[in-house]
Design a protein around this ligand. Sequence first.
Ligand SMILES: Cc1cc2nc3c(=O)[nH]c(=O)nc-3n(C[C@H](O)[C@H](O)[C@H](O)COP(=O)(O)O)c2cc1C
Length: 215
Amino acid sequence: MNSPLLQLNAEALSEMSNSWRARLINSLPGYKSGMLVGTYESGSANLAIISSHFHLGSNPALLGMILRPDTGKGERHTLHNVLKTECWTLNGFRLDSAAQAHQTSAPYAKNVSEFSACGFDAEWRIGTDAPYVKSSPLQVGCRLREHQALNINGTHLLIGEVTALYCAADAQRDDGSLDLAKLDLATVSGLDTYSEPGKSRRFDLARVDTPLREQ
Ligand SMILES: Cc1cc2nc3c(=O)[nH]c(=O)nc-3n(C[C@H](O)[C@H](O)[C@H](O)COP(=O)(O)O)c2cc1C
């Protein structure tokens, strides 16, 4: 039997409880990259799961992320550290580390490192002033290039230039791209679901005058 259609308009959305609406709207961007963001400031290492990453450009190599504002109720350690040190790491993780990765979203006190609280080892690499996750199959170092507090809701846009990248060399395909399945990277949906993508299809560059070729 076909499921009935869920239909909502702006008014229905505004009448929902905050937590119901948050869970619903967080599901809408679909499957996202879940990366552990490593930062450091004044002797204290910090690690937090963030899923709002996006590609902004390849030359220079730019990645963006959106961080929630400091509301006064809770401290935003990643935001604070990035604005102070202008440096952070992105660390992919495997599905078998999802529980530890999810636990980094708990509001630990500033002097508690999520690395030790959640069972991750920190790895320092020359040239990056922030800690990587040692077990991570994909480690990316970023240096802050632009920061904007967005007028619409006070969230922070942080744009970083990729300054370092570490992963298994055999995950790189002949065309330069990475085979993320070979790295066993988990993906995130909503605020609570972690998955390992199973099926995929790849295509050549789409052109107007040539039939599309599947690889
Ligand atoms: C799956 C998932 C994705 C998240 N994505 C974001 C995000 O994109 N931006 C954000 O500000 N917080 C996000 N969070 C919430 C942070 O992980 C959480 O606020 C954390 O406590 C921040 O830690 P910090 O204060 O050490 O920076 C996410 C949480 C989960 C569970």
